[in-house]
Write a protein that binds this ligand. Structure first.
Ligand SMILES: Cc1cc2nc3c(=O)[nH]c(=O)nc-3n(C[C@H](O)[C@H](O)[C@H](O)COP(=O)(O)OP(=O)(O)OC[C@H]3O[C@@H](n4cnc5c(N)ncnc54)[C@H](O)[C@@H]3O)c2cc1C
Length: 693
């Protein structure tokens, strides 16, 4: 018989151990598939982030913990419940299939930063070991940068840490970071404890909603005394490079954002066509997947009713372990033809460390707080660690931490070497004129404006607008000089960014890329107008309203079919059509040149998925987010934008916040205006010359 376990966390390990105890290898092959070759002891992640233990003390190699089990470090891609097979990547990229007699789905849950705009780009998740290690690096890096910074405002920003969510992991990580940073100030000379700001943002009126009110209150007071600021009844609505935007409209600034809220269902579970409750797999009381005889599910990915109180089991390690143990015993009972038992467990209590050698604990109805609770917390977790070697390692680390200062060394994983993503709200500056060049950015979504101040005027003027697919930053990076323009988000903007070192490496190695970027630099609108001061002078102060062509007689929408769009193009005298979204806002444009792009997009759709090409919808064959300008923009901005994009006309909308179209603007109208003004100027000159003679 073969039992396959998917996952290597608390639930899976207990299942494997207990099944092996009951069934020898001669009777049952047990294979455990886990993405990593170790189990992560999540309750200690905060200690890793706060540098009070080393990362390897909070993980345990599965192979050494489970010597009698076949441990495989592979991601299971799919479970086929009908054919009783799993599919996994065999390491070479090829998919392999394996038959099972019983499968145990114990793949936990994933973190989900996508619930708040900008979190994916700017916040640290706190779920797996990599998150804790990266966070520790980030905290120490921020202290180093604060030490190097001569600007007090920037220094304070480096030393501001924001924790979103004040459940167990939020409280523990805030406590640990606060302790690490404050206890380390004596090794730095450029900042003091007063410069450090650790803020917890929580949507409810109390932290730690799961523990008794008296203990919560104790935790809150102690943490505030330790210097942590609590923003209760407050929600984060967006995250950016500068910090987070709160639901009261205020901006909380900080270089480090840690998001401890938001979980997502594992993709493996999402694929399964089985009964679910809020994404988790519904099981029978004995923990078999509802409707299946040889599939089981335990831990955070399962929805299991606890027979003790008839409530859904909590998603905690305590529950996952008990479920693993009991599901294994139930499988043995089934094999022996005995009756199974429903899952039944009385939770033992709650333990939460709050930093500064303090904790709160509820153990079997007894409430303890302060140093004693902290001591208990450490003792309990020490003995919960899966192996003796890990227990000794963690005990030594903790002993070291009590006597000696925390380790401040960090590997300088230079951000200049990385490809990252960034999120900006309307009005946010992406960079300012004069800032040093840090990154090369490509717009993935949204629209930005290019601004410049000159020696003649300190008021920043909009030079051009850029949208999806456009890029910036290359001029300053290639020329090794500060930015000559500012870039400001007009809408919500998402960017892909390449750090300066990686950019230099790429452009040095790939000549075609360098040439393409160099060409873009020479074409850039800023340069263009600087080289044509007469044209600039003629258009300065002009409005675009008189130059507009009226809106086309007919609008298309995202649902218009390709066939109807072609008919509309044929009927249009100018061949410039506008496509609106559901709210009648500008979404895209269509002209005859776009037909080539559409055909190219259709060509990459596999033939079997294409269906009748003429019936494809515009939303399937066009990308929204085209460049457009507003009525407030000048003809200078319009012509520079057209030049940057190699286009001859632009849609014009009411305003930055009102994307309803008001007309179209053709490049030729701007040229005509220049010619007209030149002719006037010439005539004026001739007139003055005549009058003078
Ligand atoms: C920061 C933090 C602190 C916590 N503190 C506590 C605490 O103090 N007390 C407590 O009781 N609980 C705590 N928890 C909750 C506890 O960690 C979880 O409830 C517990 O880990 C759930 O166990 P599990 O076996 O269901 O899943 P997990 O322990 O998450 O293990 C799932 C495993 O499955 C693997 N996996 C996922 N998909 C695949 C795939 N397709 N193929 C192969 N492998 C896959 C993953 O890599 C992972 O190793 C904490 C959680 C966090 C994040």
């Amino acid at each position: 018989m073969r039992v396959v376990i998917v996952g290597g966390g608390f639930g899976a390990v207990q299942f494997a151990k207990n099944l092996r105890r009951k069934l020898p290898a001669s009777q049952c092959e047990i294979l455990l598939f886990n993405r990593e070759n170790h189990m992560v002891f999540h309750p200690l992640l905060a200690d890793v982030a706060g540098a009070s233990i080393n990362a390897d003390a909070a993980i345990a190699p599965l192979r050494q913990m489970l010597p009698a089990i076949g441990c495989r470090t592979e991601r299971v891609q799919r479970i086929n419940l009908q054919s009783s097979e799993i599919e996994f990547d065999d390491g070479s990229g090829a998919l392999e299939r394996l038959h099972y007699d019983h499968v145990v789905i114990a793949c936990g849950a994933e973190s989900n930063l996508g619930i708040i705009p900008g979190m994916t780009e700017h916040a640290f998740a706190f779920k797996v070991m990599r998150d804790a290690i990266e966070l520790r690096q980030q905290v120490v890096r921020q202290m180093e940068q604060a030490e190097a910074s001569s600007d007090p405002d920037r220094r304070r920003w480096h030393l501001s840490f924001i924790v979103v969510g004040a459940g167990f992991s939020g409280v523990e990580v805030a406590g640990e970071i606060n302790e690490l940073v404050r206890s380390s100030t004596r090794f730095y000379h450029n900042f003091r404890k007063e410069d450090i700001v650790v803020t917890m943002v929580h949507s409810q009126d109390q932290i730690l909603p799961e523990v008794a009110p008296k203990l919560r209150e104790f935790a809150r007071k102690k943490m505030e005394k330790a210097g942590i600021t609590m923003l209760l009844n407050t929600r984060a609505v967006a995250a950016t490079y500068e910090g987070i935007e709160l639901n009261n409209g205020k901006m909380l600034r900080g270089a480090t954002i840690i998001c401890t809220i938001g979980t997502a269902i594992s993709p493996l579970v999402q694929q399964l066509d089985v009964p679910k409750e809020r994404g988790r797999i519904r099981t029978t009381p004995e923990m078999r997947v509802e409707g299946q005889t040889n599939a089981w599910s335990i831990g955070d990915c399962a929805y299991i009713i606890n027979a003790f109180d008839n409530k859904p089991s909590a998603t905690t390690a305590q529950f996952a372990e008990r479920q693993g143990r009991q599901a294994a015993l139930n499988l043995v009972r089934i094999l022996k033809g005995e009756a199974t038992k429903p899952f039944r467990f009385k939770a033992l209590g709650q333990l939460c460390s709050i930093g500064g050698y303090q904790a709160v604990a509820e153990m079997m109805g007894v409430h303890i707080s302060g140093f004693l609770a902290w001591f208990l917390w450490r003792g309990v977790y020490l003995f919960k660690l899966p192996t003796w070697s890990r227990r000794i390692k963690v005990a030594l680390d903790w002993g070291w931490d009590v006597i000696f200062p925390r380790d401040l060394s960090f590997l300088n994983t230079d951000t200049a070497q990385r490809l990252t993503h960034a999120y900006f709200r309307p009005g946010d500056f992406i960079h300012r004129q004069g800032d040093p060049a840090r990154v090369f950015s490509v717009i993935e979504e949204g629209e930005v404006e290019v601004l410049q101040t000159t020696d003649q005027s300190s008021e920043a003027k909009v030079l051009a607008v850029m949208s999806k697919g456009d890029f910036f930053g290359e001029g300053a990076l290639l020329g090794n000089r500060p930015h000559e323009t500012s870039i400001r988000a007009r809408t919500v903007v998402r960017l892909g960014q390449i750090g300066s070192a990686l950019f230099t490496q790429l452009t040095r190695s790939f000549a075609p890329l360098r040439d393409l970027l160099a060409k873009a630099v020479t074409l850039r609108s800023g340069d263009f107008w600087r080289r044509l001061p007469l044209g600039k002078a003629l258009l300065e102060g002009e409005s675009i309203a008189p130059l507009l062509d009226p809106l086309p007689a007919e609008f298309l929408n995202k649902e218009t079919t390709f066939a109807d769009a072609i008919t509309a193009l044929n009927a249009s005298p100018t061949g410039d059509l506008l496509i609106l979204d559901e709210k009648q806002r500008l979404w895209a444009t269509l002209d005859r040149d776009d037909l080539y792009h559409i055909i190219a997009r259709i060509a990459v759709i596999p033939t079997e998925n294409r269906g009748d090409v003429t019936q494809l919808k515009l939303r399937d064959v066009l990308v929204g987010n085209i460049p457009f300008i507003t009525l407030e923009d000048s003809p200078l901005v319009a012509s520079a934008t057209m030049l940057d994009h190699g286009i001859s006309w632009l849609p014009v909308v009411q305003g930055k916040d009102d994307l309803r179209p008001v007309g179209t603007l053709r490049g030729v109208r701007i040229s005509n205006r220049i010619i007209e003004k030149l002719a006037h100027t010439e005539a004026d000159h001739a007139h003055h010359a005549k009058a003078a003679s």
